[in-house]
Design a protein around this ligand. Structure first.
Ligand SMILES: Nc1nc2c(c(CN[C@H]3C=C[C@H](O)[C@@H]3O)cn2[C@@H]2O[C@H](COP(=O)(O)O)[C@@H](O)[C@H]2O)c(=O)[nH]1
Length: 339
């Protein structure tokens, strides 16, 4: 089966003007990635080790992952141009168990904070009936800035709650069951019932599939449940890297992406990059494609490897967060619900 995302990424990489892949760097970068993943024994088990990720392997965790990946987008701050590990004091942050979280982890912290205060925020029935203000409170900020795209997030939660109640007996677990252990079928169900997952664009007059949040939803289930139960997907290796704004930044640092002078200047200035623009799609498409090339190199060297694009992506994302202060070119600034 050809993969719609990989086909799109290859097409973008072959028709790019602003972004390129330094092919002569791939071997050295692959060496570094393999060595570090081996040292860390990087596997699906790494996912559950994150403090904020759920530990119980049941349908409540399935609904937790659904809600997180429904909202897993656009955490970068208009205030914090430096975007360092030690955030700007006013940047949106959520305090949970004595730790202040920003970015993606602020979303997980907000959800866990709500659950601990007795709000069943991951329950689709509750979501389907919750008011605007009740949902806004979930994202209550512990700093001056509020969460980016608050209203969009609220609308997505209300709509998703209604859809899960109307079509999937009030739990995302039933949607997974309908996919019958196929990642691609689960992605198709997400695209059919939840429009905000339709991360599909036009590049050089051709439809291109990026599908970042639909794919990471599958990947988080697979990793959390260690490929069993709600995480069993017989076609899991058709999932690609997730084209967000953090991994491309790390790929550049690893010498796996190159930007032309004009685009690099825009990134350094923090200029807005329009969602669906050629520049943005080239950053996302080349990121997916170069991770695929790294995956192929690893496959060639370690034929029995269990490393797939998901684990390479998770590793690079975790690495990016660890070395955030060393990353030389900023993340690109696109506001969208896709990533
Ligand atoms: N490609 C890719 N993008 C990812 C993730 C994750 C979280 N997954 C972790 C959780 C458990 C696993 O162990 C994973 O390590 C979030 N994001 C994206 O990053 C951006 C947020 O960045 P910042 O503002 O710096 O927090 C935003 O676009 C968000 O959608 C990933 O894994 N891969």
């Amino acid at each position: 089966m050809t993969d719609r995302v990989l086909d799109s990424a290859k097409f973008i990489a072959e028709h790019s003007d602003y972004v390129s892949i330094p092919y002569h760097h791939i071997d050295r970068a692959t060496d570094r990635i393999i060595k570090s993943m081996d040292q860390r024994e990087y596997s699906t088990k790494t996912w559950n080790q994150h403090a904020l990720n759920p530990k119980k392997l049941d349908h409540t965790t399935v609904d937790w992952i659904f809600l997180v990946d429904l909202l897993n987008f656009s955490f970068w701050s208009d205030l914090d141009s430096a975007d360092r590990a030690t955030a700007h004091p006013d940047r949106y942050a959520v305090e949970y168990k004595g730790v202040s979280y920003t970015g993606y982890w602020s979303l997980c912290a907000a959800i866990n904070r709500a659950l601990e205060s007795g709000i069943p925020v991951t329950d689709p029935t509750w979501l389907s009936k919750a008011s605007h203000d009740e949902l806004a409170m979930i994202f209550k900020s512990d700093t001056k800035e509020q969460v980016p795209m608050l209203n969009e997030r609220i609308e997505l939660m209300q709509h998703a709650g209604q859809v899960l109640c109307q079509h999937f007996q009030g739990s995302f677990g039933h949607c997974i069951e309908q996919a019958n252990h196929s990642a691609q079928r689960l992605i198709d169900l997400l695209l059919t019932y939840f429009p905000s997952f339709r991360d599909i664009h036009t590049f050089n007059h051709r439809k291109v599939y990026i599908l970042k949040r639909a794919q990471i939803m599958v990947a988080d289930l697979w990793a959390c449940f260690d490929g069993k139960s709600y995480g069993q997907f017989d076609d899991i290796d058709t999932i690609t890297m997730f084209a967000d704004y953090r991994v491309p930044q790390a790929l550049y640092y690893l010498g796996l992406l190159e930007y032309n002078t004009a685009l690099k200047a825009k990134l350094i200035k923090g200029d807005a990059i329009v969602s669906g623009s050629k520049e943005e799609l080239e950053i996302r498409g080349n990121s997916i494609w170069v991770v695929e090339l790294v995956r192929q190199r690893i496959q060639e060297r370690q034929s029995k490897t269990t490393i797939n694009a998901i684990l390479i992506d998770f590793y690079i994302w975790d690495l990016a967060k660890e070395i955030q202060d060393e990353l030389t070119v900023p993340t690109h600034h696109t506001r969208s619900c896709y990533y």
